[in-house]
Design a protein around this ligand. Structure first.
Ligand SMILES: Cc1ncc(C[n+]2csc(CCOP(=O)(O)OP(=O)(O)O)c2C)c(N)n1
Ligand code: SF4
Ligand SMILES: [Mg+2]
Length: 448
C-alpha cells in the first residue's frame, strides 16, 4: 500500500545563517523552527519581531511575517502588533543587549501579560559591536569594556519578569534537549512568555572567558539562578482583557460629545483669533469656554487652546480662541485679532503677541498694567473708574462679553443662553458687568 507523506511546513527559508561558527544563535533558531513546525502555524500568521545585534539578523532566515526595529524596542513593537491583531502569533527575538536597553518595555509587557513570546538569545555580551558587557554579563567576566573583570551583578531576567506577572518563564541553554518543546509551550501559553536562553558567542565572550557547553551549565549553578520552567500559570491576557473592557464602547466612544444646536446668527466673516491672558484662578478657561459654546451655538467653528502652569491657583492662565465660518485646521495663535490683558501674570506671557500685533488689532488692557510695547490699538479699562463692581472671578467673562459685543463676534443673546448651569449666578453677574462695560465704551465714543 502506498503511504502519502505530508511534507512538513518549514518556516526556515533557503538562506544560510550568517553567524560565526559555533554561535548559539543558529542552534536556537533551529529549535524555533522545530517548535513552529510542531505547532503547525500558518507562516503568514507568525510574526518574528527582531531587535538589533547579531540576534537581530534572525528574521531574514524565516519565511514568516517579520518586523525589524530599533535596539531594545522589539517588545513594544510586538505588543502593538498583538493589540491590533489577536490572530497573529508574535515572537520576539532579542539579545541580552536589547533586553537591557529596553528593560522597562520588558517589565511593562510582563505586567500586562500581553500574549507575545520573547526569546532572549543571551550570550552575555554585545556580540555585534565587538563584545562589550551587557546587563547579563556575569560578575568577574572579561569583556572589551570590563578588562579587569565585570563588577556588576548580572540581571536575572527570568526572576524579574516572573515577579512582574509573566505567565510562562523558562531559563534554558541552547544545548537543552527539550528546548523545542519549551519554546512551543511558551507560544501555546497565550500570555506573556519569556525564555532566557544562555548560549555561546564564540567570537568574543567564549575566548575571553573560556566558556564552553559544560561551563555554561556550571555558570547557572554558580550564579544561583533558577533553571527550567520558573513560572507557568494562567493569568488574564492583556489584549483580550482590553477588548473585553471596551466591548460596550465598540461603536460608541468612551467620552460622548454633547451637541450644541445652532440657534443664533453670527456676523463673523473670517477667521478671528481672540486671546484672554490673566492669572490662574481668574476663570479664564471657563469664561472662554462659555464664549466658545456661544460661538458654536451661533453656527461657527471654534477651537480653544489653554496654557497654564501645572501648579494650581498660581501663575498665568491664557486661553486662545479661534472662531471661523469654516473648519479650523490650525488652532495656534501667534498674532491675535484681539487680546484681553487682565493681570500682570497674563502680561508676562503676552510679549510675543504684543510684539507681533499691528494697528489692525485690538488690545484691551487693565489700566494699572505697565505701558505696553505694541503697535496694536490699545483700550485701557478700569472697573472702579467705570463704576462697575466685578469680582476677580467675573472679570474675564465680563471683558469677553464686552469685547464680543464691541467687535460683533457673538451676540449677547447667544452668550446669555450659555450662562445657565452650575455657576449661573456668577455668570449672570459677569454678563451684567460686561453689558455695563460695553455701554460705557459706546457712551465714550459718542461723547468724543
Ligand atoms: C539604542 C542603541 N544603542 C546601541 C546600538 C549599537 N548596537 C548595535 S548592535 C549592539 C549590540 C547587540 O548586542 P545584543 O543585543 O546582545 O545582540 P548580539 O549581537 O549579542 O546578538 C549595539 C550596542 C544601537 N544599535 N542602538
Ligand atoms: S559575534 Fe558572537 S553573537 Fe555575533 S555571530 Fe559571532 S558568535 Fe554569534
Ligand atoms: Mg548578546
Amino acid at each position: 500500500m502506498k503511504t502519502t507523506i505530508t511534507p512538513l511546513v518549514t518556516y526556515r527559508n533557503e538562506r544560510p545563517y550568517p553567524f560565526c561558527p559555533g554561535c548559539g544563535h543558529a542552534t536556537i533558531l533551529d529549535r524555533l523552527n522545530e517548535a513552529l513546525q510542531s505547532l503547525s502555524l500558518d507562516p503568514e500568521k507568525v510574526v518574528l519581531v527582531s531587535d538589533i545585534g547579531c540576534s537581530g539578523l534572525s528574521d531574514q532566515y524565516f519565511s514568516t511575517s517579520a518586523f525589524h526595529g530599533l535596539h531594545g524596542r522589539s517588545v513594544t513593537y510586538a505588543s502593538g502588533i498583538k493589540m491590533a491583531r489577536l490572530d497573529l502569533t508574535v515572537i520576539v527575538i532579542m539579545g541580552d543587549g536589547g533586553t537591557g536597553i529596553g528593560g522597562t518595555h520588558l517589565l511593562s509587557a510582563a505586567r500586562r501579560n500581553i500574549g507575545v513570546t520573547v526569546l532572549v538569545l543571551n550570550n552575555f555580551n554585545f556580540g555585534m559591536t565587538g563584545g562589550q558587557h551587557s546587563t547579563t554579563t556575569p560578575r568577574g567576566a572579561i569583556t572589551s569594556t570590563t578588562r579587569a573583570g565585570n563588577l556588576e551583578r548580572p540581571m536575572d531576567i527570568c526572576a524579574t519578569v516572573a515577579a512582574n506577572g509573566a505567565s510562562y518563564v523558562v531559563r534554558a541553554t541552547s544545548f537543552d534537549e527539550d528546548l523545542t518543546e519549551r519554546i512551543a509551550d511558551g507560544i501555546r501559553s497565550g500570555g506573556f512568555s519569556l525564555l532566557d536562553i544562555w548560549e555561546l558567542c564564540t567570537a568574543y565572550y567564549v575566548p575571553s572567558n573560556k566558556l564552553s557547553r559544560r561551563s555554561l551549565d556550571e555558570l547557572v549553578e554558580e550564579l544561583d539562578f533558577a533553571r527550567g520552567v520558573l513560572a507557568s500559570r494562567e493569568l488574564p491576557e492583556y489584549s483580550l482583557a482590553y477588548r473585553d473592557a471596551h466591548k460596550d464602547h465598540r461603536n460608541a466612544p468612551l467620552l460622548s460629545a454633547t451637541s450644541i444646536p445652532v440657534s443664533f446668527q453670527n456676523a463673523v466673516e473670517r477667521r478671528f483669533e481672540l486671546v484672554v491672558a490673566g492669572s490662574a484662578g481668574g476663570k479664564i478657561r471657563s469664561a472662554s469656554r462659555l464664549v466658545a459654546k456661544a460661538a458654536v451655538a451661533s453656527g461657527l467653528w471654534v477651537t480653544q487652546r489653554d496654557d497654564y502652569p501645572i501648579t494650581v491657583m498660581t501663575g498665568h492662565s491664557i486661553a486662545e480662541l479661534v472662531l471661523d465660518r469654516s473648519p479650523i485646521e490650525y488652532h495656534a495663535v501667534s498674532r491675535p485679532d484681539a487680546l484681553i490683558l487682565l493681570s500682570d501674570d497674563g502680561l508676562k506671557k503676552s510679549g510675543a503677541y504684543l510684539a507681533a500685533m499691528t494697528k489692525e488689532q485690538w488690545v484691551f488692557a487693565e489700566a494699572s498694567l505697565p505701558p505696553l510695547q505694541t503697535a496694536a490699538r490699545v483700550l485701557l479699562f478700569d472697573f472702579g473708574a467705570m463704576g462697575i463692581r466685578c469680582t476677580r472671578a467675573s472679570q474675564a467673562l465680563a471683558m469677553l462679553y464686552a469685547v464680543a459685543r464691541k467687535l460683533q463676534l457673538v451676540s449677547p443673546q447667544a452668550l446669555q443662553a450659555q450662562a445657565g448651569g452650575a455657576h449661573s449666578d456668577t455668570n449672570t453677574r459677569a454678563l451684567t458687568a460686561g453689558e455695563k462695560i460695553a455701554e460705557f465704551w459706546e457712551a465714550e465714543i459718542e461723547s468724543v
